[in-house]
Design a protein around this ligand. Structure first.
Ligand SMILES: *Cc1c(COP(=O)(O)O)cnc(C)c1O
Length: 423
């Protein structure tokens, strides 16, 4: 089959010893070799979008150059190959998050689209006047705005779990906010702004004691840590391809089969039906019921290959590498006078947000860019969190498995230069 010819064997890192050498894994990412403004690129903006390794790029382009065809309806070979590759990707993603069945893995255009699917289908059928949706202060706008829209439409209330100054979720407040009107708990697994890792398993346990379903926004989790949706017990889990070394415009919604079966379709069109007449439509089975129209086939194949890549590196190696980078970055940044780290949760992924007295983050980001350092500045799609912390923006360095201590040194040197310029 076309897809299986793209294996990890071609990657330098994989060739090392059957397993991926985390240091050499860098060689798999062509973009990391480039220069920016005449300086070596230090790519520290992985929380916004991570880079793609060679096997993902190859799988993606191979679909376009060898078997581009529509899926599910064709009898010809190309269509069969495309279908097999896309369904193979679904199975790989099922394995990555340990869903029970690939029927529980629905392709969407991203994490945002997946949350909107839950809101439009599950939400509109299950939330009414006076009901409550419970989210947290550290949610990404993607896990706020759809619920705000639903609450406005239904006359429901959006309730918000507080976070501490350090960026830790207030679990006592959370437990006390669960009540008979709570219809859904929506919680970010890992905060894109603070790096905080939330206790999603405990949150799910407490919610389920009251029969309340839980949606976990895992956009920042999958590239950093093993996610087991069955162990967490959550009802919905969403993530995006481009946050886990895959392409943009693709993501998945995981949902428990029982729930997905009950949910009405949201978008109507081709592929999501069994039969259509002008009087009646019979809907297709899972997961196709929620995949109207021609899907992002190459995106799905690329995302599946990215999942394969992550599994071949292994989460133990990824975790060890990233925690070292996190610790190193935290230590080094603290040596800079006037710099304050935002987000000091005991359990963090490799994200460091900070502010520097007297210098706007956008100025910091612009000067760092000239030094070859790519970071993100702004509110990171978490404006309510910024309000809570009494700031308008931060500079955020977010590390992935392929980053090096040298890149953090480059960041720190760039920051010292920035401070010199503003003095
Ligand atoms: C990026 C991100 C999203 C949105 O993902 P899209 O790919 O833009 O749909 C949602 N939640 C978190 C925590 C994110 O980091």
């Amino acid at each position: 089959m076309a897809d299986s010819s793209v294996s990890l064997k071609g990657s330098v890192a994989a060739a090392a010893a059957g397993t991926i050498d985390i240091e050499r894994c860098r060689d798999d990412f062509p973009v990391l070799r480039r220069e920016v403004h005449g300086k070596p690129l230090a790519f520290l903006d992985n929380a916004a979008s991570s880079q793609m390794p060679e096997p993902v790029i190859r799988a993606y382009t191979e679909y376009h150059s060898r078997y581009h065809a529509n899926v599910h309806r064709g009898v010809h070979l190309l269509s069969q190959e495309a279908t097999a590759a896309m369904e193979g990707a679904r199975e790989t993603l099922r394995e990555l998050i340990n869903a029970r069945s690939s029927k529980e893995v629905i392709f969407t255009s991203g994490a945002t689209d997946a949350i909107n699917l839950v809101m439009q289908s599950w939400g509109r059928a299950n939330v009414g006047e006076g009901d409550e949706i419970l989210i947290s202060t550290m949610e990404h706008h993607s896990n706020i705005v759809p619920w705000r829209m639903l609450c406005d439409e239904k006359g429901a209330k959006l309730m918000v779990i507080p976070v501490s100054e350090d960026g830790v979720l207030d679990m006592e407040a959370f437990a006390s906010m669960l009540n008979d009107r709570t219809r859904l708990v929506g919680i970010v697994h890992v905060s894109n702004t603070l790096g905080t890792v939330n206790p999603v398993k405990e949150i799910t346990r407490l919610s389920h004691e009251r029969g309340i379903p839980v949606l976990v926004d895992g956009a920042q989790a999958v590239s950093h840590m093993k996610v087991d949706v069955q162990a967490i017990g959550c009802d919905f889990f969403v993530t995006s391809g481009h946050k886990m070394f895959g392409p943009t415009g693709i993501g998945i919604l995981y949902g428990k089969q029982e729930l997905l079966e009950e949910m009405p379709p949201w978008r109507g069109g081709g592929d999501m039906i069994l039969s259509v007449s002008f009087d009646e439509v019979l809907y297709n089975e899972l997961p196709y019921k929620f995949e109207a129209g021609t899907p992002n086939i190459s995106g799905a194949i690329g995302m599946g290959k990215a999942a394969e890549y992550i599994m071949s590196v292994g989460y133990d190696a990824i975790h060890a590498k990233e925690q070292d980078l996190l610790q190193y970055a935290t230590e080094q940044l603290q040596t800079i006078e006037g710099l304050k780290i935002i987000g000091r949760a005991p359990e963090k992924s490799s994200v460091v947000s900070f502010v520097i007295e007297g210098i706007h983050p956008h100025d910091i980001g612009t000067i760092l860019d000239l030094e070859g350092v790519a970071v993100r500045t702004g509110h990171h799609c978490t404006q309510p969190l910024m309000d809570r912390l009494g700031i308008v923006a931060t500079t955020r360095a977010s590390m992935a498995m392929y980053n090096r201590r040298e890149e953090i040194d480059q960041l720190v040197a760039g920051l010292r230069k920035t401070i010199e310029m503003f003095r």
